[in-house]
Design a protein around this ligand. Structure first.
Ligand SMILES: *Cc1c(COP(=O)(O)O)cnc(C)c1O
Length: 343
């Protein structure tokens, strides 16, 4: 099955399973798991930060980051469509009494910085306002790489207002590879950065939060409070470390394949390509020109699945390329769309 629903669908390879099998382990809550320690140090160095913390998911990583920056009654400013606002169950509010201040986003994944500035609460505020403490950005967002100049201006604005900076870099390495820069260049200027090991990098589980010693120390306490202190976690950390060492440069293949997929699908009548960036293709499928009945999306997905292609959504689809989607798969996916839409 060619699974295009997400780059989370990657399976650990035989080589990755081997290093997981052989991983040296200890009790990580005691700080004694050598493989977790190695992963944290490696990720911190790669991203130009002092320290790292291995966590079970990107959601937990972002939450620990936000809670390290913000106290009860504080707020973080965040894009309206950002994962840390929209897709994490309201965790900062639910578990930290930290108010999100969502900010409208533009089509390119950026926020208008004048609009952003207008949401920062004046302090002191006669006790009216939450305390604006943190700006959270996301790179990539829907596959789109944030323009470098925009990131610098947003960071400058945050600093001017005394805000700390967090980056949700679930797909940071896609941004680095697309821009042809080192990962630490994408992470530069942020106090904390969260990366996912279990997306395009191909590890089965895990994220790493990196930042200063002090911030990671604070985040580590929140990880324990959240029930995220793991014991012999080296078994899974080994997969993450392997992913960081072997699977970053190859993200360029995913980007090339996404571009080829978009180009191939654009030729098929009834498909409108809405955009392609890094490893994601967004498209809309029109209604059938023959017959009178509207398209049945469950039926459409089943017809695609019968040809070995797993999808999510309809009529708007997001297709994501990753480690388990090779060149032959791209050809097969284009053929499957063509056959299904023609029938
Ligand atoms: C996947 C993702 C996360 C983290 O998701 P988990 O499923 O909790 O690991 C965070 N931010 C973005 C932008 C993501 O795509």
């Amino acid at each position: 099955m060619i699974d295009l629903r997400s780059d989370t669908m990657t399976r650990p390879t035989a080589e990755m399973r081997d290093v997981m099998h052989d991983a040296a382990v200890g009790d990580d809550v005691y700080g004694e798991d050598p493989t977790v320690n190695a992963l944290e140090a490696y990720a911190a160095d790669l991203l130009g930060k002092e320290a790292g913390m291995f966590v079970s998911s990107g959601t937990q990583s972002n939450l620990c980051g936000i809670l390290a920056h913000c106290q009860r009654g504080d707020e973080y400013l965040v894009g309206q469509l950002a994962h840390t606002y929209k897709w994490e169950g309201g965790g900062a509010a639910v578990l930290g009494s930290v108010q999100p201040q969502p900010v409208e986003m533009q089509a390119d994944g950026t926020m208008d910085l004048a609009v952003l500035a207008s949401y920062i609460k004046p302090q002191p505020s006669l006790n009216h306002f939450a305390h604006s403490k943190l700006l959270a950005l996301e790179n990539t967002h829907d596959g789109k790489v944030l323009p470098h100049g925009y990131v610098e201006q947003a960071q400058q604005l945050a600093r001017t207002h005394g805000l700390a900076l967090h980056l949700d870099g679930a797909r940071l390495f896609n941004a680095a590879v697309a821009d042809g820069v080192a990962p630490r260049a994408i992470a530069a200027g942020f106090d904390t950065v969260s990366i996912c090991l279990s997306k395009g990098l191909g590890a089965p589980v895990g994220s790493v939060l990196v930042g200063s010693q002090d911030l990671v120390h604070a985040a580590r306490r929140w990880r324990k409070v959240l029930g995220g202190g793991m014991r012999q976690a080296g078994v899974i950390a080994a997969g993450g470390l392997y992913a960081l060492k072997h699977n970053i440069d190859r993200l360029a293949d995913d980007h090339r394949r996404a571009a080829e997929l978009a180009a191939g699908l654009a030729e098929i009548p009834g498909i409108e390509i809405n955009g392609q960036a890094t490893n994601m293709v967004f498209l809309t499928i029109g209604e059938p020109t023959r017959g009178s009945s509207a398209r049945d999306w469950a039926g459409f997905r089943q017809a695609m699945a019968d040809q070995g292609v797993q999808l999510r959504g309809g009529p708007h689809l997001r297709l994501v390329t990753h480690l388990d989607v090779d060149d032959a798969a791209i050809v097969a996916v284009i053929a499957a769309f063509s056959t299904t839409l023609d029938s």
